[in-house]
Design a protein around this ligand. Structure first.
Ligand code: 2IT
Length: 449
């Protein structure tokens, strides 16, 4: 408990009653920081928490475009430039119907600490639009991306703010946005990451988030003298993160028995192997709202409509879909079924109640928050930025080795910080504290700006 933390949180709740996701993220993070701000009065003196919870800048703009029928469409675009204490703003762009300022503030806040954990020089930011890519033609996607970038380009730059992909934004969208930025700025620079390999992208970036999740999970199991080999794994989602996680889990000898979509989950007792994983991106392109086609293509797979995969008996759970996809009942079900480790792949996969349940059962079930275990995506974006600056490309092996080492280092940073501040084995506290310290000290070093 910390009076300082409570005051800041109470003020935040009063000020932003319409931002439940941001308040959820802030509650989890600030509560973890209580022992740090109590031990070090300088953070209170410099009002670091009050400053940290306010984005440095939020850009909110209109995006007008024309659909294939010639109808005019109007969407809302945003970029939350949250914190630049340790580097240019960095973070993805999400296109999803439920995107609003609250969503992007929660994601941007998480991103500050995540990027700090990677040990690369990147500040925290996030952007997006309430645009639904489902069912849109390539031309519609292109026109939307161009309209979005026509406004955003004036606020970003390779040393200012470097966006990337997130839900609804992959290689195709990054391509269209990059083309429009280049045309408007008359510059070919590393202003976006997740670019195509022929025009400045990095090897391993597409699969990096999922690979990193599984590398992190393997490190967690290692602390118990165990490994993923032979484990039964439940993955949720079937997008970019889930796709990488399924592959790497297979590489490390695990058996993946589930993936999921907004409409239900796939249970495949034969295992979702590398060949089946290759079908996931195709399914995503065809319809990002349904995982059902997987069961039509593979006879061993069953589609369970309207449910989430956490009811399946597994050793390892990797939530890789979207925020709040794992609630208290799901956490209890996993625990009751003997699940040993939950490694988040999506940002804030678990509700506050589920996180509290996991923290309460530290020692009996291991749990890591997305900001630590999914940091491999943005870390590899950082590696893409380095390659762009050097005008040089590393090989697949070089990038993968760096990604792996970064995940090992993040895991160690979390374990060490958790132990140092009195909650050994608590990855939530460890991640929040380790991420915070670097940013907070940089903010103090740089004065009141
Ligand atoms: O949530 C995330 O870390 C991302 N969407 C990736 C951000 C990035 O800049 O690569």
């Amino acid at each position: 408990m910390s009076q300082y933390v409570n005051e800041v949180l109470e003020n935040l709740k009063k000020k932003y009653p319409a931002e439940p996701l941001f308040i959820q993220a802030a509650t989890e993070i600030l509560n973890s920081l209580a022992p740090v701000v109590e031990a070090e009065p300088k953070y209170r003196k410099h009002k670091v928490l009050e400053r940290l919870v306010e984005p440095e800048r939020i850009i909110s703009f209109r995006v007008c475009w024309q659909d294939d029928k010639g109808e005019i469409q109007v969407n809302n675009g945003y970029r939350v430039q949250f914190n630049s204490a340790i580097g240019p703003y960095k973070g993805g762009i999400r296109f999803h119907p439920n995107v609003n300022q609250d969503t992007l503030k929660f994601l941007g806040f998480e991103q500050i600490l995540k990027n700090s954990l990677t040990s690369l020089p990147m500040g925290g930011g996030k952007g997006g639009a309430n645009f639904d890519p489902a069912g849109k033609s390539d031309s519609e996607i292109m026109r939307f991306c161009q309209a979005f970038m026509s406004e955003l380009y004036r606020h970003i730059g390779p040393d200012t703010d470097v966006p990337a992909g997130d839900i609804g934004v992959g290689g195709r969208e990054v391509g269209f946005m990059f083309g429009q930025y280049k045309k408007l700025a008359n510059e070919f620079t590393g202003v976006l990451t997740g670019k195509g390999l022929n025009w400045g992208g990095s090897l391993v970036r597409p699969e990096a988030t999922g690979f990193g999740v599984v590398y992190f999970c393997e490190e967690m199991l290692k602390t118990k003298g165990d490994s993923l080999k032979g484990k039964r794994v439940a993955v949720s989602g079937f997008g970019n993160v889930a796709w990488g996680a399924v592959q790497k889990a297979n590489h490390l000898g695990a058996k993946v028995v589930t993936i999921s979509g907004p409409d239900g989950y796939i249970y495949d007792e034969a295992g979702i192997d590398l060949e089946k994983a290759a079908y996931m991106p195709e399914m995503l392109r065809t319809n990002p709202r349904s995982v059902a086609p997987f069961a039509e293509k593979y006879k061993s797979a069953k589609f369970i409509a309207g449910k989430r995969p956490w009811e399946v008996k597994v050793d390892v759970a990797l939530p890789c879909a979207i925020q709040n996809e794992l609630n208290l009942d799901d956490a209890k079900a996993l625990f009751a079924n003997g699940c040993q480790v939950v490694t988040e792949g999506s940002n804030m996969s678990s509700t506050l109640e589920a996180v509290e349940f996991f923290m309460h059962n530290t020692g009996k079930i291991m749990f890591s928050p997305g900001k630590a275990s999914n940091a491999g995506g943005v870390a590899t974006s950082g590696l893409e930025m380095s390659q762009n600056s050097m005008r040089y490309n590393w090989t697949r092996e070089e990038v993968d080795a760096k990604l792996h080492q970064i995940m090992v280092n993040i895991h160690k940073a979390c374990v060490d910080a958790a132990a140092k501040f009195g909650t050994p084995g608590n990855y939530v506290n460890g991640a929040n504290i380790a991420g915070f310290l670097k940013v907070a000290d940089a903010m103090i070093d740089q004065g009141l700006v």
